[in-house]
Design a protein. Structure first.
Length: 155
């Protein structure tokens, strides 16, 4: 079910990779209004501190900020309103079952365009402890140092 996308991201939630282990990924559509789509195409969206709420067989994206469209006047909507996610029933039921377990949550990772549609990449995540975060920072620094050393030997 996990899908990799080659589409360029409009918005990414880099903090999610720092704070969580991403176990699985799901692609979902979002129910949006026209002025929200125009704002998203302009890149005026923020995924930080957003999450997915699963209730009564539906999935809602909470906390995603879409700035009001400048030419939208009366048609603009609340920037932080909850938005319904479009997933298959089987995927929603699987996520409900998995988030019932200790420590799992669904976090939006990336927002992108796929053709004319706005899609969101959701991650089934497990929270990191502080020592896990330190380990991933040390691993990233070690990779950077190794790449730097290889580059120096080449020149």
């Amino acid at each position: 079910m996990a899908k990799k996308t080659g589409a360029p991201a409009i918005a990414q939630n880099k903090k999610a990779y720092h704070d969580y282990f991403v176990e699985d990924e799901y692609e979902a559509g979002i129910e949006l209004f026209g002025t929200e789509v125009k704002s998203i195409r302009a890149g005026r969206v923020n995924l930080k501190d957003s999450y997915v709420s699963l209730k009564t067989g539906e999935a809602f994206l909470i906390g995603m900020h879409i700035s009001p469209y400048e030419q939208g006047n009366i048609f603009n909507h609340d920037p932080l309103r909850s938005r319904k996610l479009l997933l298959h029933r089987k995927e929603i039921n699987k996520l409900i079952g998995l988030t019932g377990q200790q420590g799992y949550t669904v976090i939006p990772l990336k927002l992108y365009l796929k053709g004319q549609y706005v899609k969101i990449l959701l991650g089934l995540c497990r929270g990191k402890k502080d020592y896990d975060k330190r380990a991933s920072i040390a691993e990233r620094d070690a990779k950077r140092n190794m790449a730097r050393a290889v580059k120096e030997r080449m020149h």
